[in-house]
Design a protein around this ligand. Structure first.
Ligand SMILES: Cc1ncc(COP(=O)(O)O)c(C=O)c1O
Length: 465
């Protein structure tokens, strides 16, 4: 290909990477000097790591941490605090509590809101769904923690409504909570892949006699298209039906830190729970996820005490009572140092930049006869199809897959592919404020070039016998 950029990882095959890593796992009775261990890492691991700071990385929610975040992460590493409670880390426990208060304020949540740091957005979503079930159990007059889902009059009726584009961690959550995927009901979406409130009301009316809708999940920044569901109207609908409203803002909530984008998150202060992953768009070191609750007392449903640890009689701050893990990292520090070092104005600027780049790409593609954007971009993601004349309509899905696989194999850039209804679409994501329209146009040029090498002649047609 003509691309002006180099590889963004070694490009080696899985077998070759496995072979190359062997010296790092050759444990012997005697140890190696650190300099030698370091040399092995440089030679055998680093070439195979993805370079997130390269312009060609346009596929996933990963970033290299900025300097403030890196500083906080180094301190957290050096002191390896287990931030469960005051007894294990007084400063760590208080830092997390105060940081959570500050974050609630930053996102305009109510004075009664609270938050906890989590290992990942997946677990934050799972805990939110668990708390939604708890609330429903209380309405039915029993304690979910004690009786489990068997306490519901008819557990098979329990239902959760969300977008077909919701992240698969929701599927994972209903599996792990014992509800099963049968509990998930897809909500209709509009042309821009946002949940359609009017259609949602109709669906709820239809389900009225057959299902108990426990929770409606809005996504603020869907994984596939970055779309932001209309949070305010969904909150109203959920609460009219005694359902919990969870916002999965794992990726998109960061954009709520940009003043002019706040109206897109209207209603968020009334959501019952919100997931946020600073380890995505903000690039804070992994793991760094946050679960917000609108009413801090709802965290009480998570609290488990023991005689030796987190004793019921202790009155000091114990952030570990708000989520399952007993050993927890000092995640709050890297997020705090990152916001402190950059300042909120620079954070907002850095968030505007991916939006600008992806909007410019969208405008460009609208003018191209051989590309079709699939939605208006709301965050840093754009899905589109390449539709050159020489490829028949019925081969379009295969063409996108062919292009995606060709780009992946070449190793100079990384984009992604997804399915929206029946269509396979290419997906480009901008995370870094250094990625420009020119970088995205390079990707478009590569897509065109690979599209030209799509083997149309030899393809068996449907009507061939
Ligand atoms: C919208 C959304 N929710 C949840 C998740 C899962 O978050 P994590 O990867 O932190 O488990 C993702 C991951 O991409 C996501 O995009």
């Amino acid at each position: 290909m003509t691309s002006r950029i180099g590889r963004i990882y070694s490009g080696a095959s899985p077998d070759a990477v496995r072979r190359d890593l062997q010296p790092l796992l050759d444990f012997q009775a005697g140890g190696l000097p650190l300099a030698e261990v370091s040399r092995l890492i440089d030679a055998h691991l680093l070439p195979h790591l993805m370079q997130y700071d390269r312009a060609g990385f346009q596929s996933m929610y990963n970033r290299i941490p900025e300097a403030g975040a890196a500083l906080g992460a180094q301190v957290a590493l050096a002191h390896n605090q287990g931030v469960t409670n005051w007894q294990v880390s007084p400063g760590g426990a208080m830092l997390e509590e105060v940081c959570c208060e500050r974050l609630c304020h930053l996102f305009g949540l109510s004075g009664d809101a609270d938050a906890t740091f989590m290992y990942s957005g997946t677990y934050a979503n799972q805990e939110a769904l668990y708390l939604a079930l708890h609330k429903r159990a209380e309405l039915e007059g029993f304690n979910l923690g004690e009786r489990g889902i068997a306490g519901f009059r008819n557990p098979n009726r329990l239902a959760i409504l969300t977008s077909p584009d919701a992240h698969f961690s929701i599927d994972q959550s209903v599996r792990m909570l014992g509800l099963g995927e049968q509990s998930l009901i897809p909500a209709d979406v509009d042309a821009h892949r946002r949940i359609d409130p009017a259609a949602l009301r109709r669906t709820l009316d239809e389900l009225n006699t057959t299902r108990d809708v426990v929770c409606i999940i809005a996504t603020a920044g869907t994984t596939s298209t970055g779309s932001i569901d209309p949070i305010g109207p969904l909150v109203d609908i959920a609460h009219q039906h005694d359902a919990w409203l969870h916002v999965d803002g794992a990726y998109g909530l960061s954009f709520g830190l940009v003043p002019e984008l706040r109206p897109r998150f209207d209603g968020i202060a009334d959501a019952d729970s919100i997931t946020w992953d600073p380890h995505k768009q903000l690039g804070v070191p992994i793991p760094n996820s946050v679960l917000f609750l609108n009413r801090k007392e709802d965290f009480g449903r998570m609290a488990l005490h023991s005689d030796y640890f987190n004793r019921e009689s202790s009155s000091e701050p114990n952030p570990g009572l708000k989520s399952p893990p007993s050993t927890r990292p000092m995640s709050a520090l890297a997020l705090a140092t990152s916001l402190l070092h950059q300042g909120l104005d620079d954070v907002a600027d850095a968030l505007r930049s991916p939006l600008d780049a992806i909007t410019q790409l969208w405008e460009h593609l609208l003018d191209q006869d051989d590309f079709e954007p699939w939605h208006t971009p709301e965050t840093g993601v754009l899905c589109f199809q390449h539709q050159p004349d020489h490829v028949a309509d019925e081969d379009r899905n295969e063409l996108q897959t062919f292009i995606y696989e060709s780009i992946l194999r070449e190793g100079r850039r990384s984009i992604s592919i997804t399915r929206l209804e029946d269509a396979m679409v290419l997906r480009v994501l901008v995370m870094s404020s250094t990625t420009t329209l020119a970088d995205l146009l390079d990707t478009v040029a590569d897509i065109r070039a690979f599209g030209r090498s799509f083997p149309t002649e030899a393809r068996p047609r449907k009507d061939d016998t």
